[in-house]
Design a protein around this ligand. Structure first.
Ligand code: CP
Ligand code: NVA
Length: 290
């Protein structure tokens, strides 16, 4: 059975910890591993991407492998070839495949049908590769993960869910503050609150994401109204610990979920977090293709 990375819960706490330590090593020496020597990794994007695409493509090359960016509109998928048939063929040529798509069920179906590792490059439900970079950023900032309090302020979406599921496994205390109707479901590993101030009190990191995710465009106006009091600004950050950092998975909308002062200010680790996608995902690829 191939390894998959569909929700992130495929890794137990010890494996997660080891993966983050490995990512630190790879960050310190980006060309030190040839783990993917001559192996081919498909990267299927059904939705736009900047960070995920570039970090995976460069990461595979740094590991000595060959990345293939596959756009559905250029595949026979666009002419009606079933996904199942597509993945049966991909399994005969590739060593692993990453997928960015909407429904989590599509990803699960691919993993079932194929015979190679499948990894989640974002679905509407999960964004586990982002959570790995979030953990790496916290680990390199604070020297540990255990016991850190991370306050996520905003939409209980894919980014929040992966942070809660994976972060709690890694030893974080994750608190999510969302307005009514946009909460994360209970049982995801996070403490759920309504008030952003309550979430950030005592926090080592204050994290936010867009108010309108890919696929949510039709409800954009209602979302902007609902999230108006959930902006991460300097006043909110001031309620966290003095050493607290600001995180955002990007792309950001300065003036909406985060102010420009925070996004480009002294307390952000957001651009490091974006870089850390590559290092964390390289460690993931080593785990997926041992
Ligand atoms: N954070 C993230 O996944 O960014 P992209 O959508 O640009 O890949
Ligand atoms: N929640 C956002 C994350 C983008 C990286 C979305 O799904 O669009």
């Amino acid at each position: 059975m191939p390894r998959h990375f569909l929700t992130g819960t495929e890794l137990d706490s010890a494996e997660l910890g080891a993966l983050i330590e490995r990512a630190l090593e790879l960050k310190a020496a980006p060309r030190s591993s040839q783990a993917l020597n001559e192996r081919c990794v498909g990267l299927v994007f059904e939705k736009p991407s900047t960070r995920t695409r570039v970090s995976f493509e460069v990461g595979v090359v740094e590991l000595g492998g060959h990345p293939l960016i596959l756009r559905p509109d250029e595949l026979q998928l666009s002419r009606g070839e079933p996904l199942r048939d597509t993945v049966l063929v991909l399994s005969r040529h590739l060593d692993a495949v990453g997928v960015r798509t909407g429904p989590q069920a599509v990803l699960e179906e691919l993993a079932q049908a194929g015979s190679i590792p499948v990894f989640n490059m974002l679905t509407a439900r999960h964004h586990p590769c982002q959570a790995l970079a979030d953990l790496l950023t916290l680990r390199e900032t604070f020297g540990t993960l255990t016991g850190l309090r991370v306050a996520y302020v905003g939409d209980g979406n894919n980014v929040a869910r992966s942070l809660a599921l994976i972060g709690s496994r890694a030893g974080l205390e994750v608190v999510v503050a969302s307005p009514e109707g946009y909460e994360l479901e209970p049982g995801s590993g996070a403490t759920l609150v309504r008030d952003p101030a309550e979430a950030v009190r005592g926090a080592h990191a204050v994290y936010t994401d867009v108010w309108v995710s890919m696929g949510d465009e039709q409800t954009a106006d209602a979302r902007r109204a609902a999230f108006a009091a959930y902006r991460v600004d300097d006043a909110l950050l001031d309620l966290a610990l003095p050493e607290a950092i600001a995180l955002h998975d990007l792309p950001a909308h300065a003036g909406e979920e985060i102010t420009a002062e925070v996004l480009y200010g002294p307390r952000q680790r957001i651009w490091d977090q974006a870089e850390n996608r590559r290092h964390a995902q390289k460690a993931l690829l080593e785990w997926l293709l041992p």
